[in-house]
Design a protein around this ligand. Sequence first.
Ligand code: CUA
Length: 201
Amino acid sequence: MLTKVHTGLDPVPGIWWRPAHKSEKVWVAIAFAWCMVLFAMMPLWHFRGGQNPAGVRTRVDPRAFHERTMEFAAQYKVGEDRGTPIVQPPPGADVYLTALTYSWYPILQLVAGKEYMLHISSRDMNHGFSLYPMNINFQIIPGYDYALRVTPTEAGDFRIVCNEFCGIGHHAMVGRMIVVDSTGAEVADNASARVLGGASR
Ligand code: CUA
């Protein structure tokens, strides 16, 4: 049972005022050195990381952006999946993708190895663009057009998962992105089955 009440006016019992033990100093030095390494990595990664967005970013009216997306979808539509158009733009084209509560519009079909300028924005609120199962994450904020210079490297049938809580339908906000290989061949069934596992379809 604690009998003595420490008031803060009395010195704390112990030896904390004595010089630190050598091993403690070593650990502080190691921790500090590691902090400096991580600190240096931040600017280094900015230039050498290869994972940075293209940095082409503009303000945009959310409604105008979605209208542009619908225009784009109508122009290059090649199919449909449960009411959402599948759109295959020519390589090098400006590609548009809108996040709406609670869906992604349209379904993009891109060719592996070709570069596109991918414009992403939100029609209504903050969403998160996460390309599953790739490690790509991006905040999608209404009023901003994030133009990303992308070159798909792998053919497959991918899912776009919203990773920013946006409301009651957040968990169901799953979109689709198809990448066909450069010969234009359809995605192999086993590849799509692998990516699909458990996703809505
Ligand atoms: Cu959109 Cu969560």
